[in-house]
Design a protein around this ligand. Structure first.
Ligand code: ATP
Ligand code: MG
Length: 395
């Protein structure tokens, strides 16, 4: 592919914070931006030359976007397949329809991973409340997930008794859902892979991630895990990216169990919250990397140049009696505040993040968590932001 010259236009399906940060990277490389999002005041709007306000199943609106763009990418997988087809018929669409189609349905994604023999925890596609009850009887504690539209722990119900199945089934809309046995997680990692249209591939160092109630709290890189696990996770992620034929980015979320098993949790064909630190300490941020990939430029170096960490800022931070103490937070050396420009703080809604670089992973994580505790002392009790000791995990 001939690289797209500066001045070309990149279209974004989805204009949330991932689109915004990618668009900022694209702008600094000289590209123009247009975006399609259902929300008129989406986070990418201030960075885009044109914003089309339309749903992700609006084929005419998507054709309108494609008609003024040289390439189209996406920052959310919940795009109707007809929209993906209509865009791809007019301009290059990266990632392509097939990868997004597999990933956008949780059951389809898990069944594809299973058919390709990638390592997974036990799961069942439940067709009824009775199925859910049977799975819980067989596996014990489970987590039921809606097939579409779930994120940040939404669209998920945890259950430990078969009697809870009826409520779980109706909470998820009385529709087929994915039910997974609860994995006995030792720690969580993710691996980001970038792939260009000519098949060149770059694999990032794994990120170590911590969630509270299904929402990402913090991520740090390097992950402080063994070289052996690093190599295993990277080769797994590379194999999945190649098999699914991603062009752009693929984030592979993984669980490592207490017995040393490496399991795939889920895939994301776009920038990922667990790699926001790549903007601080790695040779090439995930946002710049996506731009490079879809524009046919050489992929950048993903190496760690400074250990770095992030902590998410949810709407809860702005719902306290006291305003966030930005001055105190930014007095922690090495930190930066990233806000997504979203109006309307709601509990659990991602509004921004703090990042920090440090001398090692423990130091970077310590700095960013200290910055968070200063920013929002009122939310510390409900959000797990105490500093863990990142001892080297050798399994
Ligand atoms: P996100 O959008 O933040 O990636 P999500 O809504 O897509 O989240 P998942 O990744 O499926 O949801 O789950 C969120 C978190 O919940 C996981 O990172 C993990 O901490 C926990 N979790 C999910 N599935 C399981 C499981 N089968 N066993 C144990 N914990 C799980
Ligand atoms: Mg997830």
């Amino acid at each position: 592919m001939t690289p797209l010259p500066a001045g070309s236009t990149i279209g974004f399906l989805g204009g949330g914070q991932l689109g915004r940060m990618t668009a900022l990277a694209a702008r600094s490389m000289g590209y123009d931006i247009q975006v399609l999002d259902p929300e008129a005041n989406c986070a990418t709007r201030p960075v885009a030359s044109r914003t089309i306000t339309a749903r992700f199943d609006d084929v005419d609106a998507a054709v309108d976007l494609a008609s003024q763009c040289d390439v189209v990418t996406l920052e959310i997988e919940q795009i109707h397949p007809d929209v993906l087809d209509a865009v791809a018929a007019r301009v290059p669409l990266y990632p392509g329809r097939d990868a997004v189609y597999i990933i956008q349905d949780r059951i389809r994604q898990k069944e594809w991973l299973k058919a390709q023999q990638f390592p997974l925890g036990a799961f069942v596609a439940a067709q009824s409340a009775q199925d859910v009850a049977d799975i819980v009887r067989t596996h014990g504690a489970c987590i039921a997930k809606s097939t579409h539209g779930g994120y940040d722990g939404r669209g998920q119900v945890r259950l430990s008794e078969p009697e809870q199945a009826v409520d779980a089934w109706s909470a998820l809309g009385s529709r087929p859902c994915l039910v997974e046995a609860m994995v006995d997680i030792y720690y969580e990692i993710s691996v980001l892979v970038a792939r260009s249209p000519n098949g060149a591939t770059v694999v990032y160092p794994p990120s170590r991630n911590h969630h509270t109630s299904g929402i990402l709290t913090w991520s740090v890189v390097p992950a402080v895990i063994s070289d052996e696990m690093t190599a295993r996770a990277q080769s797994l992620a590379r194999a999945i990216a190649e098999r699914i034929g991603i062009v752009g980015l693929l984030a592979v979320e993984c669980f490592v169990t207490k017995t040393g098993e490496l399991l795939v949790n889920e895939l994301a064909p776009r920038p990922h919250n667990t790699y926001h630190h790549s903007e601080r300490g790695l040779g090439t941020s995930q946002f710049e990397q996506l731009v490079r990939a879809v524009c046919g430029l050489p992929l950048g170096d993903p190496s760690v140049f400074a250990p770095s960490a992030i902590v998410n800022l949810l709407g809860d931070v702005w719902l306290q009696d006291a305003a966030p103490d930005v001055t105190s937070a930014l007095n922690v050396p090495g930190t930066r505040l990233h806000l997504y420009g979203k109006a309307g703080a709601r509990a659990g809604r991602k509004m921004g993040h703090l990042s920090a670089i440090g001398t090692d992973s423990q130091d970077a994580l310590g700095r960013v968590l200290e910055s968070y505790r200063r920013l929002s002392p009122g939310t510390v009790a409900s959000f797990d932001v105490q500093e863990p000791v990142l001892k080297h995990i050798s399994s």
